[in-house]
Design a protein around this ligand. Structure first.
Ligand code: SF4
Length: 284
């Protein structure tokens, strides 16, 4: 399969050879398998690699500078994090914490205070502890008033609200319909792991060059926002729509997004208040 040029394709290590295309995101379950295959991989096309554990990074030292590295932090062993600090502090490394991790808030804040790039991948609206999300939004807003913060996608969400950029949870979740493709372990192509089962575009074997965008699942995703306004859904008048883009309700139109809505609108309001305060200060 040769995907269109603008896409980044997330692909498991075992299927990387079945794909042409300019930008790959390699998902690796077993670091030893990556080390074994490393000399034969198309590094010029690989933009980032996700590894199962922060402990895997030292084994890839010879390849550090080639790509961005995403490493899951499982458990809550701060001592181990400190041992790995020199390698983890590289600009090209991001430490990932799962959105359903019971220590989500503490881990992101501890890692960030150690000057690590931290991220909580948006995988599924239900997977996130909303109380922790709310606390993290407050942490990012308060801390970013005095120094740069490194917790994604929250920093990007605040920046988007401040600069009125045209980005939504779809982008922050890596589900931009015109930029992201996902190949699962069985070779099915879709936009993401979240929608791989319910909205597949086809399989690597079925999809020939340029055919992704003619699949029914792609067209449904592409026309989704337009349909929300045409049908005058609740999302079309929701104050959180500029940040949400109805990402929360794509898989389940009945999804109860009330708490999310509060978190997103309070983030927008807090950013607006801060901007107004700065503007007032400039005119005094
Ligand atoms: S917060 Fe809920 S109602 Fe608002 S845009 Fe998102 S999904 Fe729609």
């Amino acid at each position: 399969m040769t995907p269109p040029n603008d896409y980044t394709v997330s692909v498991p290590l075992a299927l990387v050879e079945d794909l042409d295309g300019p930008a790959l995101h390699l998902r690796v379950d077993d670091c030893a398998a990556l080390v074994e295959a490393a000399d034969h991989l198309p590094w010029q096309r690989i933009r980032e690699v996700t590894l199962p554990s922060v402990d895997d990074l030292p084994a890839l030292e010879a390849y550090y500078g080639r790509v961005r590295w995403n490493l899951w932090w499982k458990g809550f062993d701060v001592g181990r994090l400190l041992d790995l600090l020199p390698a983890l502090r590289r600009q090209t490394v991001t430490v990932l914490v799962a959105p359903d991790d019971p220590d989500l808030y503490d881990k992101l804040v501890v890692g960030e205070s150690l000057s690590l790039n931290m991220a909580m991948p948006l995988t599924d609206p239900d997977a996130i502890d909303l109380a922790a999300l709310n606390s993290l939004v407050s942490y990012v807003l308060i801390t970013s008033a005095t120094r740069p913060v490194r917790i994604e996608p929250l920093v990007s969400m605040v920046k988007t609200a401040a600069d009125r950029e045209d980005q939504t949870l779809w982008d922050f979740a890596g589900e931009n319909v015109h930029r992201n493709l996902f190949v699962d372990d069985a070779g099915r192509v879709s936009i993401s792991a979240r929608l791989a089962d319910t909205h597949p575009y086809g399989t690597l074997r079925e999809i020939k060059s340029g055919e992704v965008e003619s699949s029914e699942a792609f067209r449904r995703l592409d026309g989704y926002a337009e349909g929300l306004f045409r049908d005058q859904t609740e999302c079309s008048t929701c104050r959180a729509f500029p940040l949400c883009g109805s990402w929360l309700r794509y898989a389940d139109p009945q999804y109860d997004c009330e708490v999310w809505q509060l978190v997103l609108t309070s983030l927008q309001d807090a950013v607006g208040d801060a901007e107004r305060a700065r503007a007032l200060a400039r005119h005094r």
